[in-house]
Design a protein around this ligand. Structure first.
Ligand SMILES: [Zn+2]
Length: 601
């Protein structure tokens, strides 16, 4: 291990340079870009009312103008967003962000007519145009933009629905979030937010966890009927919407939004449900580690791994570069650019946004990574993860602005893949069994939270939406029963589900604000793991196909992109591959727990 200086431990000097976004002109460059964008928008606006009559060459020319418009606005917006992210407390950064948003909205409003006129074009004419090679650079984008067509109503009907949603669905959703955000939990006389109380479930002390869980249950009790009423109303509202818009079932509209085929979503859910033994085995092991006969629901996220070592920035960089290099030299040299050319902002600073992200910006520039580096093992994996996003964006840049970004369901492909490769190397390099157990425990709990828990929540949504349609309004007790049942399916008898837990569905915002959304977490994570599994099975032959997948960005549907690496997303066996990776980690954790003396052999 290299000796590390303080600056290396905190990555103090690792700051990004956002000036290339504005050609080195600083803040004044922002308005220069937006002035240019304004001029392009004015030229585009001259085509208002004429989209139906354009031939393929004229449409391609118009799309190139829209691409340059998106590039100009995207550069200005990225510059303002990234400046703001590293120092949110500077009022000048906030003001710049607001300024860009207002100007960008005004500019984009001038070209809105295009989306409407393009959506209104008859199918045969649109297909004829899209067959032209000059439109290849935006073909999938234009096709996807028309995917809601079969579900649109007439213009006056759409207008009424949009206007009435303000006092309908949107108002109910807001009421729900106002109700839940004012929930206060009484912990020994201290009034804390729901979020803070839930975070105590990670405590290593069982008494603390139990007390926190009981206090949360007590805090959820008042207003339960009101929140159930809001939920019922929104379930009915969605049923009406889906009927009017001719969606076959409750999840179809979300699948369409995600560009995920109904078959692939069913295959994912079936595959995960068939492996509920994985979380059950983990919770059985965890009970032994904690010295309990059986976990209760409030024990599930209890901390079992306090071991943590410290990494210097340079050591982490070499480890991650080696991990990418072990897979592909091309990826390694691309990854080098992030470190060598100031595309990363690493240190923790006052006023900086928490967490980590990758900003794609625009394909004419390059992606940026924001981290909050503290030198922990977890941070090394986060670096590998965000770098994966960055490499995906970088490799897909030739797709241009319409096709660089993938749909949500494929967005984690490169990040989770890179993280998994790095995880394997980190694990190989860790000989201390306690440290190995800590590493594995954290990974498995992450997989369970993302893959299994979200799938169980999707099963709950499936039951409540279906029952609201087939039977009618659900009582508080009925919600509780279905919540209990769908959790029990996942947890088996390895976790005791307390009576109090029956009401814990009643604060989850996704069920209310974005029905059907939760499976996307499981989909994205498991897709990436399953693609990684295909690499494990096929070795070096797989690499060129994988790089081709990344280069393809979002130029095709997820199912078509899967075919590039020879996988079929509608086949449950594909998803089994990712689940096998989790199972391997579980087996390694079982061994490490014995070696570390955390459980008897
Ligand atoms: Zn990610």
């Amino acid at each position: 291990m290299a000796t590390t200086t303080d600056a290396d431990l905190t990555a103090a000097d690792v700051a990004w340079d956002v000036d290339p976004l504005v050609d080195g002109r600083g803040e004044t460059g922002v308005d220069t870009l937006l002035d240019e964008a304004d001029a392009v928008a004015a030229s585009v606006a001259e085509r208002r009312g004429s989209v139906a009559g354009l031939d393929a060459g004229q449409l391609a020319a118009l799309m190139h103008e829209l691409a340059s418009l998106a590039d100009l606005v995207g550069r200005a917006a990225s510059y303002a967003q990234l400046r703001f992210a590293v120092d949110t407390t500077d009022p000048a950064h906030g003001a710049l962000l607001q300024h860009v948003e207002e100007r960008a909205t005004a500019i984009n409003t001038k070209t809105l007519f295009f989306d409407l006129e393009w959506a209104a074009m008859p199918d045969e004419r649109a297909e004829e145009l899209l067959g032209d090679e000059r439109l290849a650079f935006c073909r999938h984008y234009l096709t996807a933009a028309r995917r809601y067509r079969p579900h649109l109503l007439s213009e006056p009907e759409e207008l009424v629905l949009t206007e009435k949603a303000v006092t309908g669905r949107n108002a109910w959703t807001r009421l729900f979030s106002e109700l839940t955000s004012t929930i206060e939990v009484d912990l020994d006389g201290d009034h804390v937010s729901l979020e803070e109380a839930l975070s105590r479930l990670g405590s290593p002390e069982r008494d603390v966890r139990r007390a926190a869980a009981e206090a949360v249950t007590t805090a959820l009790e008042p207003g339960l009927r009101t929140r159930a009423f809001v939920f019922n109303t929104l379930l009915a509202d969605k049923a009406v919407d889906d009927r009017l818009r001719r969606y076959p079932d409750w999840i179809a509209s979300m699948n369409l939004a995600n560009e995920a085929s109904d078959e692939s979503v069913r295959a994912l859910v079936a595959a995960v449900q068939a492996r509920y033994d994985i979380p059950q085995r983990w919770y059985a092991l965890k009970a032994r580690v904690l010295g309990l006969d059986r976990l209760a629901d409030y024990d599930r996220i209890a901390s079992v791994a306090d071991e943590d070592s410290t990494f210097g920035w340079r050591e982490a960089r070499e480890l991650v570069l080696d991990a990418y290099g072990s897979f592909s030299p091309e990826l390694k040299s691309a990854a080098h650019r992030f470190f060598d050319e100031a595309w990363i902002d690493a240190p923790v600073r006052p006023g900086k946004r928490p967490g980590a992200f990758c900003a794609y910006t625009v394909p004419s520039r390059h992606p940026y990574l924001l981290l909050n580096w503290t030198g922990r093992r977890r941070d090394v994996l986060t670096l590998a993860h965000e770098l994966g996003h960055g490499l995906h964006a970088y490799l897909a840049r030739d797709q241009g602005i319409f096709h660089q970004t993938t749909p949500l369901t494929l967005a984690e492909t490169a990040s989770v893949f890179g993280e998994t490769v790095t995880f394997g190397r980190l694990l190989d390099a860790t000989s201390d069994p306690a440290a190995r157990f800590a590493l594995l425990a954290e990974s498995i709990e992450g997989q369970i939270a993302t893959v299994f828990r979200q799938t169980a929540m999707n099963r709950f949504e499936d039951r409540v939406h279906t029952e609201r349609r087939d039977v009618g309004e659900l009582s508080v007790d009925r919600f509780g029963e279905l919540w209990h049942k769908t959790q029990e399916e996942m947890l088996g008898d390895t976790v005791e589900i307390t009576d109090g837990y029956r009401t814990w569905w009643s604060y989850i915002p996704h069920f209310i604000g974005t029905p059907g959304y939760v499976y996307a977490y499981a989909y994205g994570q498991l897709l990436a793991l399953s693609v990684y599994r295909a690499y494990e099975e096929r070795g070096a032959d797989f690499v060129p196909q994988y790089l081709e997948l990344l280069r393809s960005g979002g130029s095709r549907t997820p199912d078509e992109l899967g075919r590039i690496v020879g996988v079929d997303l509608a086949d449950p066996r594909f998803w089994d591959g990712g689940l096998a990776i989790v199972e391997q980690q579980l087996e390694a954790a079982e061994r490490a727990a014995v070696e570390a003396g955390r459980v008897p052999a």
